[in-house]
Design a protein around this ligand. Structure first.
Ligand code: GLN
Ligand code: ZN
Length: 756
């Protein structure tokens, strides 16, 4: 019998019930019992759905009120000292304190889970770290499902991945991998208790198999699974996902466990190789349904792969599942009313993916659902030749892109002269990153307009008034390069996606980003083009109000694609190229409308880096090219800016310089400018705006602090190429802090200028 399997189901609920419950609890509007009840209901519904779909191995402990890595830290009592935890009694408030911070203790760091847009809470290690099984969530939820009549497969993040993802925070020279022995013993206790409770399987996630591993990591893996193999009465499945095994294949296939899970979407090329290498005892879970995208699986093709693997290992050891947890997929297509039926028929969200898994497992057992297969084939064919997807003009244009389209007229030094002559900016020119506070008033007006309670004309007048206020304020403060404030934008990707051909938006397609923050990524389904100008009207209006240069404001091609669900029928690089051409059109139009400077944000440029080093060069090549396609349509005297929301540039500085933006603004204030090092060491040749105002905090920096930061910067960078700006956009802040902070910033620039 082939087994159908799931690695995790979205925990947020069909209507974001998890968000509503946790936020109400945080506000004090819901008590603990109410929160628990909401969690229990979500778990019950998810298990019931999976059971009804026919999934054999249903996960538990995939639920979390915040994050599964944080959940593990709490289970094993790894709580940083600053939270004043008593060391014994674990409850959800400890987790929330760690995730959100308290009056006396700053929150734990949060960072991206591999190359997804999900964020986990970073485990902290010190010389005092010890691990003890203090929590009971994994056992409680197993018992809860059992009471519902389902013997689940508990899932947890594995020891090697846990140690890899955490960081040493006490400044000691502790080697975190030395903590492995005591950590592994806790896993042993957990496995033993689950076995005693009646669990048949335990899934341990080790997605670090998709990374380049060092010896310390390999040693932890070997030790951990040799030790766990000694636990009787429970079968262990080690799961890799998010990539190929590549040179980790040997280590992976030789693990002394009962089952291995592979990502057979990203690792499709090696799936059969793994199957061939497997010893006769092991089960193989083939993750062939894409857990990270929203397209229907080509079932005929997937079935062919499954059949080949079955031929290799036999149906009795075959397990079929999604590539990774379905946490990264929206919940259900059932409630999507915004999408038409033809389009919906191309998609599969988490619930629909369950049906695909069960279809494949049944088909492998000669129980082929012919109707489903025929429908799927029809959907594949419809999508493949749909006129909605294919735009011959876009394809022709993308194919015709040549070197000249990726090249400015002159090198930076010459362009800079022309730009400076045209704009006549002072030394230490001041600007901002684009957005101003999205106040209640702004959001209310947008909502009213969307609901039809505010007419187009009224809304336009409202936005013009906001822009005029922002322009006047920047002039009063003495800014050198102005922005219009982005009041018309809900979001830096959605705003553009809504105006581009080839993009679609769901109504309920939420995916957890972190804690109670969910995102609703757009779907790029077809060839992308820009039917009409997107921002020109606002930028032109803003420019008309001032003699100072106004900076046009756009989102770059890599970021536009990184924060979307992307079509799977052509390489990602091709999609990015099409988006780049659409943005190029906008850049050219902004220039024609009289904008002397245009900023193209690439917040997600670094995030797009592949998990393995070997794949970096290829990515950086097309990512840089796409920026150049977007930006190189303008004359020498038009100044191109870019912005990136971080400051780790050491390993990509060459690519950043290759983008050849006239000016780049980055985030440096929190690191006290240390992170400029990469630019200094590389002798970055163009202009830089090192952020001097940390916009992530409501704190108003004093003028002197910013002067000090700028002095640090100009010690290592040529002063004539330094701009003065905040770390990022100001949309999440309030005017009460922004106004004084910006005044201090402009004054700081003035003072430096006067002294020079
Ligand atoms: N221009 C955008 C803003 O100011 C940039 C935001 C970002 O990089 N995350 O909001
Ligand atoms: Zn930013």
């Amino acid at each position: 019998m082939t087994v159908s399997h799931n690695l995790g189901f979205p925990r947020i609920g069909e209507r974001r019930e998890l968000k509503k419950a946790t936020e109400a609890y945080w506000k004090g509007d819901l008590d603990y019992a109410g929160l628990e009840a909401a969690g229990a209901e979500l778990r019950r519904a998810n298990w019931a759905k999976q059971q009804a779909a026919g999934i054999d191995l249903i996960p538990s402990n995939d639920f979390s009120f915040y994050d599964q890595v944080l959940g593990l830290s709490c289970l094993i009592g790894n709580v940083p000292e600053r939270f004043g935890w008593n060391g014994r009694d674990m409850n959800i408030d400890v987790a929330f304190d760690m995730a959100r911070g308290t009056q006396g203790a700053i929150a734990c760091e949060m960072t991206k889970w591999f190359d997804t847009n999900y964020h986990y809470i970073v485990p902290e290690f010190t010389q005092n770290t010890s691990f003890n099984l203090v929590g009971s969530k994994i056992f409680d939820e197993f018992a809860e499902a059992k009471a519902q009549g389902i013997v689940t497969k508990p899932v947890m993040v594995g020891p090697a991945t846990y140690l890899t993802l955490g960081k040493v925070t006490d400044g000691s020279n502790l080697d975190k991998f030395d903590l492995a022995d005591s950590l592994i013993e806790v896993y042993v206790q957990i496995a033993e208790k689950l076995a005693a409770d009646g669990a048949e399987w335990l899934q341990i996630d080790e997605p670090i198999f998709s990374l380049d591993l060092n010896d310390a990591q390999r040693a932890v893996i070997e030790k951990a699974y040799a030790r766990l193999a000694q636990v009787d009465g429970i079968k262990i499945m080690v799961a890799n996902y998010f990539g190929e095994l590549a040179d980790n294949m040997e280590l992976f296939t030789s693990l002394p466990v009962e089952a291995l899970h592979i990502d057979a979407v990203r690792g499709i090329k090696e799936a059969e190789v793994v199957a061939a290498r497997l010893d006769d005892e092991k089960y193989l879970s083939v993750g062939i349904i894409d857990g990270r995208n929203i397209w229907k699986t080509d079932l005929e093709r997937a079935l062919a792969t499954i059949e080949t693997i079955k031929g290799e290992i036999g149906a009795g050891r075959l397990i079929v599942g999604p590539s990774c947890s379905l946490l990264h997929s929206p919940v259900t297509l059932r409630s999507e009313t915004k999408l038409d039926d033809e389009f919906k028929n191309w998609l599969a969200f988490a619930e629909e993916k369950l049906d695909e898994i069960v279809f494949l497992a049944n088909a492998a057992d000669s129980k082929l659902d012919k109707t489903m297969l025929a429908d799927n084939k029809q959907a594949m064919a419809d999508r493949a030749d749909s006129a909605r997807i294919h735009d011959a003009a876009v394809k022709r244009r993308a194919a015709a892109v040549a070197d000249k389209d990726r090249q400015r007229g002159s090198p930076y030094a010459e362009r800079a002269k022309k730009q400076h002559a045209k704009m006549n900016l002072p030394a230490y020119p001041t600007t901002t990153i684009g957005s101003f506070p999205q106040t209640q008033e702004v959001r209310k007006a947008r909502a009213a307009h969307k609901k039809g309670r505010m007419s187009d004309a009224e809304y336009d007048a409202f936005l013009e008034a906001k822009i005029a206020e922002a322009v006047k304020m920047q002039e009063d403060m003495g800014f050198d390069m102005l922005v219009h404030g982005e009041f018309e934008r809900n979001d830096m990707v959605e705003y553009f996606g809504e105006q581009l051909a080839g993009y679609a938006f769901t109504k309920f397609g939420w995916v957890q980003s972190y804690g109670s923050r969910y995102v609703k990524p757009p779907i790029i389904f077809g060839d992308v083009s820009r039917p009409e100008p997107m921002t020109v009207k606002w930028s032109k209006y803003a420019q008309s109000l001032t003699d100072k240069p106004m900076k046009g404001m756009l989102t770059g091609p890599v970021t536009m694609v990184q924060w979307a669900f992307v079509r799977d029928d052509q390489p990602r690089s091709e999609t990015v190229k099409q988006v780049a051409l659409a943005i190029r059109d906008e850049v050219v139009d902004l220039e024609a409308a009289g904008l002397a400077a245009i900023q193209i944000d690439e917040a997600a440029f670094r995030e797009g880096l592949p998990l393995r080093r070997a794949d970096w060069d290829a990515y950086l090549k097309w990512a840089v090219e796409s920026f150049r396609i977007a930006s190189c349509g303008v004359a020498d005297d038009t100044q191109i800016h870019t912005h990136m929301c971080y400051s780790e540039f050491n390993d990509i500085i060459e690519a950043i310089a290759d983008m050849d933006a006239d000016c780049i603004s980055i985030e440096t204030s929190r690191s006290q400018m240390e992170l400029l090092d990469a630019f200094v060491a590389f002798q970055y040749p163009n202009e830089i705006g090192p952020g001097v105002y940390d916009i992530h905090s409501p704190r108003v920096p004093e003028k002197q602090e910013m002067i000090d930061l700028l002095k640090k910067a100009t010690k290592v960078l040529p002063a004539e190429r330094v701009w003065v700006n905040p770390d990022c956009g100001l949309k999440t802040r309030g005017w009460a802090e922004v106004e004084p902070a910006l005044r201090h910033m402009v004054d700081a620039a003035r003072e430096l200028r006067d002294r020079a």
